[in-house]
Ligand binder design. Sequence first.
Ligand code: SF4
Length: 208
Amino acid sequence: MEKNKAYEILNKLKEMYPDAKCELNYSSAFELLVAVSLSAQTTDKRVNMVTAELFKRYKDASELAEANYSDVYEILKSLGLATTKSQNLIALSKKLVEVYKGKVPSTRDELCTLPGIGRKSANVVLLEYFKKPALAVDTHVKRCANRLGLSEEDDVLKIEKDLCSLFNEEDYYSLHHSLIFFGRYFCKSVNPVCDKCPFINICKIKRP
Ligand code: SF4
């Protein structure tokens, strides 16, 4: 796709979702990192319910590093993958304390050394908290990028590269959040609102 076509799509998405932003609640880099690490296979709303309790009990990495597994599991148990997430959260906090003096690192390579943090989660933290040019390709971004023709790739790393080459770095934030809102509330995986979609004429989904 040509850059100007890609920007027509972004401008329309921004019109649809002028206030698109991160829907995870956090008040520090550590809280964002934790919230992001818990967000696999669940909704941001549920993560926010769980972290409200978690952050009341554990204020920072040093407190969570000393936490008892079963106490953490008890708080996380309504989330998918609660066992793994509880283990990772304690291990992540320990590593932050032991290697990074309790502070969240601000590079992708360092973030990806933390238990439970992969490239996608690292990119969210880099873009959202550190305001660095990084594009996280989650399930919504992937699906919408494919349907809108922004990338024909299936592999998330290749999609990330396609998007990064189509858009300027200063637009990554609005692209990321408006694509997520579009995917979450409009172009859903099942039953997308195609009859009202401004992109119906360019959509890559084959229709009879
Ligand atoms: S036409 Fe439907 S599937 Fe295609 S982008 Fe719009 S909402 Fe999504």
